[in-house]
Design a protein around this ligand. Structure first.
Ligand code: GLA
Length: 391
């Protein structure tokens, strides 16, 4: 009898813990991560504090961005009882003080580790220390953990990430869990109950159009290469579990303003986590305007939690559609060519009714209705981002 009570108790508490974690990412997480801009050498307490300050003053916080995540290279070793040690030169006040500072700004704090013995930059990983590290993160006030997959020989993804998930549950602090095994084992099939988001590809690069080949295999690459690799994954995303096409390159100087707009719009169409990767403390007005367009962000953050998909596939011109809560629909018309493109969209061809009002989400103005064809000229590598609504 006692055993039955114990079992019921464990099941009940387990369910309660899972529930605490389940509600953390009902819409795709929004924040900032140090890797794309600062990589290994550029991070420091000062750099991260400056970004946290800028998150507030630039309007990013107001637009919905919450998490400030330190990526690789904050860690240097372990003490005699195995506790992870942060780099004292770069973080003289320690990680807890930095977390407290970030929290004092009304933001949330995230950190990086690796499921393998060493991180991708060769720092100590969490293998064998999962429960100890999870306790440390909880003590520091971590709200988000990105767990990488370098030096993970002999491990299987599902088991390794489930182990860390259980360690986070046990530590008890609600922490968003970001799985980063680059789509190697198709995490969209197994990760829904393990993490809140999972990377679908290798790393994004700060450029528009090339695919990166690693040892003959296509891995990460440019904005367009990563986008194309998302086809077919929409059915696996939903509230609490998102495909992650990697962090944003908006503001990092490799894209034109049209390309920044297209990158951001398309990431919103596919319900991507919106993790900025630029130096927010030195952001141009143009990039800030892209990252803080609330109408476009509302498409990403829509409560229905549907990932958008292509309704017109093509080498030159593509149309993405994303169903929204309350019967609205987002449409993104994407010119992939090297020249301005004249488009003439007949809504009926895509089974879109003739009773929607159209709002152009970058021009911030009404653009007629679906009773007529939509005609426009779209600049090279640019988009028209539209909200179709019945009201
Ligand atoms: C991997 C990840 C990146 C970044 C680096 C850090 O490449 O995919 O996002 O975290 O490691 O070393």
């Amino acid at each position: 009898m006692r055993r039955i009570f114990t079992l019921i108790f464990v099941l009940f508490c387990g369910a309660a813990t899972a529930q605490k974690f389940n509600d953390l990412a009902l819409t795709p997480p929004m924040g900032w991560n140090s890797w794309n801009k600062f990589a290994c050498d550029g991070i420091s307490e000062k750099a991260i504090r400056d970004v946290a300050d800028a998150m507030v003053t630039s309007g990013m916080k107001d637009a919905g961005y919450q998490y400030i995540v330190i990526d690789d290279c904050w860690q240097v070793g372990r003490d005699s009882i195995g506790n992870i040690i942060a780099d004292e030169k770069k973080f003289p006040s320690g990680i807890k003080a930095l977390a407290d500072y970030i929290h004092s700004k009304g933001l949330k704090f995230g950190i990086y580790s690796c499921a393998g013995k060493l991180t991708c930059a060769g720092r100590p990983g969490s293998r064998g220390y999962e429960f100890q590290d999870a306790r440390t993160y909880a003590k520091w006030g971590v709200d988000y953990l990105k767990l990488d997959w370098c030096n993970s020989d002999g491990q299987t993804t599902k088991e390794a990430y489930t182990l860390m998930r259980d360690a986070l549950y046990k530590a008890g602090r609600p922490i968003v869990f970001s799985i980063c095994e680059w789509g190697n084992s198709k995490p969209w099939y197994w990760a829904q109950d393990v993490g809140h988001l999972w990377r679908t590809t290798g790393d994004i690069e700060n450029q528009w159009g090339k695919v990166k080949a690693v040892e003959g295999k296509v891995w990460g690459g440019s904005v367009v290469a990563i986008l194309d690799m998302q086809a077919g994954l929409d059915k696996f995303a939903g509230p609490g579990h998102w495909n992650d096409p990697d962090m944003l390159e908006v503001g990092n100087g490799g894209l034109t303003v049209e390309e920044e707009r297209a990158h951001f719009s398309l990431w919103c169409m596919i319900a991507a986590p919106l993790i900025a990767g630029n130096d927010l403390s030195k952001m141009s007005k143009q990039s800030a305007a892209v990252l803080t367009n609330k109408d476009v962000i509302a498409i990403d953050q829509d409560k229905l939690g549907k990932q958008g998909y292509k309704i017109l596939d093509g080498f030159d011109f593509e149309i993405y559609m994303k169903p929204l809560a309350g019967g609205d629909t987002a449409i993104c018309l994407f010119n992939r060519t090297e020249k301005p493109l004249k488009v003439n969209v007949d809504w009926a061809k895509y089974k879109i009714g003739n009773d929607f009002k159209i709002t152009d989400l970058w021009a911030h103005k009404s653009a007629g209705s679906t009773a007529a064809n939509f005609k426009a000229t779209i600049a090279r590598h640019d988009v028209k981002m539209l909200r179709l609504s019945k009201k």
